[in-house]
Design a protein around this ligand. Structure first.
Ligand code: ATP
Ligand code: MG
Length: 613
């Protein structure tokens, strides 16, 4: 799991939110204009009390109906102007902010595509999904609403108090008194709220992960009748989220109650004081009316500050969560070539390669160690080893899905670490154990191996992979394969993945057990066709079965992360007990096996004949 900085209390919402500036910059003019328009509209509403004062002290006191009508007309016009200005503001911000959200989402997606495989191994997909959806939506809403209104309300309150003090400074002071306790309360609230907000957003991520897993794994869920346990897990998580959300609501309700009640009390006190002053004759009735209606007009700006702060807090959290992902370094492009490294021969060469997964326990043995292997140009090397011996890991190092942690891998003498990624992708093609397809057409899936492949190349690749079933599909190459290609059989998917690997006629081919899901006959056919392809390329093929091994010129035996023997199939069968056991299924060193009766010799009689250089 990624670290969750929710416990950190030194984080500042403002500092987090400021990081949004690069995205907001392009639309800053619109945003500032919109804020200005909103301030104008909001201050217009403060003129209304002044008109009321003029009406009460003028036409009303003089019993002049014409004056009252005129006053009413002014009020109506002000109301309309306010409404139009607020509408204008909405129009100003809607489009640019949708743009901001879209560009942030595009950046996140682009970044996720470039992050190393190790990052994706570590981060649950739901956490990434929730960042790309809910969090970004929160941010757009923040920019459209709370950000502007925090500014607008502050400006309105400021102007309002100037007007209040101009009317009567002693009453003004009474209203100002609650400001200090309110500020203290708000800052306490901020701190508490930021913690629960973070918790809630992380829990949404966890929930998304469960939903995603159970949708993708629906076959397993149904096949094993796991509905109940999945539902229970889901319910537990959503209960947790509910509790957190209720906590948020409680905090918000508390601050809201205080923010509403305290100014209300102050207004009450001002009303009493003002009435006494009017009775004394030291204050005009019109001034008191104006004073109180100004105070009432300020109620909304003050009261809304509570939830505006809450929304800002949530947005700060969303920003943190967004940048937690954005801050993870992308795969470093190209390392500087090591000057001291001696020239490597042509072909695919592993020199003292060591690898440990980035999140492995410190001190644990590496998954791969001291791998020295030379696959000569045009040669096919089978990689054989027990399950968990590191075959998949080794093959993943060649296209640099993981970076070696020691030693180097060279292709025709060139260190892959110093190669441009695009060049590496051109040179090396891969097919993995899990034949992953995308929700696209069959043709598009195959062409992922080489975008500019023409019809003929695609046809040839399909032929090599014995994927003739494609032509029997309803729309042939244009048939959609469904999410992850699940509308195809396992063997069909595997053959398409193989076609994808060979379509670009790469110089180097890495196949991780590419034929495991095929029946014996199809396998034989694929092998026959694959043999031609392998003749032209330098290849490493992970193999579990003797029939696949037969495709290779030589075999490397991988045992607990080490290459323990290299030789032809026959040689190893004769001289290496572990290999014989892997290939025949007999007990290692156990009873005689028809295949290897007189050949069960101690392991490693054939030494690693192929050194580094
Ligand atoms: N992403 C990962 N993070 C940490 N450890 C991993 C990761 N992937 C694999 N491992 C570990 O590395 C070791 C080698 O795994 P690998 O997948 O390379 O085996 P394999 O030889 O391909 O096995 P199989 O024949 O079952 O496919 C295993 O012990 C496994 O637990
Ligand atoms: Mg594997």
């Amino acid at each position: 799991m990624p670290e969750k900085p929710a416990e950190r209390t030194d984080r500042s919402a403002v500092r987090s939110l400021l990081r949004l500036w690069p995205y907001v910059r392009p639309v800053r003019l619109r945003l500032f204009t919109a804020a200005f328009v909103a301030i104008l509209a909001s201050c217009l509403s403060l003129v209304i009390p002044l008109i009321l004062k003029w009406m009460v002290d003028g036409p009303v006191a003089d019993r002049d109906p014409g004056g009252v009508w005129l006053g009413a007309l002014y009020l109506l016009l002000l109301g309309i102007a306010e409404a139009v200005l607020f509408g204008f503001r909405r129009w100003l911000v809607a489009r640019p902010l949708a743009g901001v959200e879209a560009s942030m989402r595009a950046d996140l997606y682009r970044h996720l595509q470039r992050l190393p495989v190790a990052f994706h191994d570590r981060w649950p997909s739901g956490q990434l999904l929730s960042r790309g959806t809910t969090d970004l939506m929160l941010l757009r809403m923040f920019l459209a609403f709370p950000l502007t209104f925090l500014v607008v309300n502050a400006a309105t309150i400021l102007v309002g108090f100037v007007i209040l003090f101009a009317q009567d400074w002693s009453l003004g002071l009474v209203l100002l008194a609650p400001a200090v306790p309110l500020i203290v309360l708000c800052s306490v609230f901020e701190t508490k709220y930021s913690l629960v907000a973070r918790k809630a957003q992380d829990q949404v991520g966890d929930l998304t992960t469960v939903v995603e897993e159970s949708v993708l794994g629906i076959r397993i869920v149904k096949g094993f009748g796991r509905h109940r346990s999945q539902a229970l897990a889901f319910r537990a998580l959503s209960q947790r989220l509910r509790t957190t959300e209720l906590g948020k609501a409680r905090l918000l309700a508390g601050i809201w109650a205080l923010i509403t009640a305290i100014p209300e009390l102050a207004i009450g006190a001002a009303l009493v004081l003002g009435t006494i002053q009017v009775a004394d004759g030291s204050l005009s009735a019109g001034t008191l009316v104006a004073f109180l209606s100004t105070a009432l007009a300020l109620r909304w700006p003050v009261e809304s500050i509570g939830f505006l702060l809450a929304m800002s807090q949530e947005s700060a959290t969303a920003t943190d969560r967004f940048f937690e992902v954005m801050d993870v370094a992308e795969e470093h492009g190209v390392a500087a070539a090591r000057a001291d490294a001696p020239d490597a021969p042509a072909g695919m060469v592993f020199e003292g390669v060591e690898f440990r997964y980035p999140d492995a326990e410190p001190g644990s043995p590496p998954v791969l160690a001291r791998i020295d292997l030379h696959v000569r140009p045009g040669e096919t090397m089978a990689l054989v080893g027990g399950t968990g011996s590191g075959k998949t890991t080794l093959t993943a190092l060649v296209p640099r899905l993981h970076e070696v942690t020691g030693g180097r891998i060279t292709l025709d003498g060139e260190d892959i670490a110093t190669m441009e990624r695009s060049r590496l992708r051109e040179l090396v093609s891969v097919a993995f154990e899990e034949p992953t397809l995308f929700s696209a057409t069959v043709g598009e899936n195959v062409r992922m191996g080489a975008e500019d492949a023409d019809e003929e190349q695609v046809r040839r690749a399909l032929a090599v992979a014995q994927a003739d079933f494609v032509h029997r599909l309803p729309q042939g190459l244009d048939t959609e394969v469904g999410e992850q290609g699940l509308s195809l059989s396992g063997g069909q998917r595997q053959r398409l993945a193989l076609a994808r690997a060979v379509v670009g006629q790469p110089r180097f081919l890495v196949l991780d057990d590419p034929l495991s899901a095929l029946d014996v006959h199809t396998e034989t056919l694929v092998e026959a066709a694959l043999r031609q392809v392998l003749e032209e390329t330098t290849a490493v093929v992970v193999a579990h079965r003797p029939s696949t091994v037969m495709l290779a010129d030589r075999v490397a035996l991988l045992s607990e992360g080490r290459i323990t023997a290299v030789g032809t199939h026959q040689e190893l069968l004769r001289s290496n007990a572990e290999y014989a056991w892997l290939m025949s299924g007999a007990e290692p060193g156990g009873g005689p096996d028809p295949l290897t009766t007189e050949t069960l010799a101690p392991a490693q009689q054939v030494p690693v004949e192929e050194g580094t250089r």
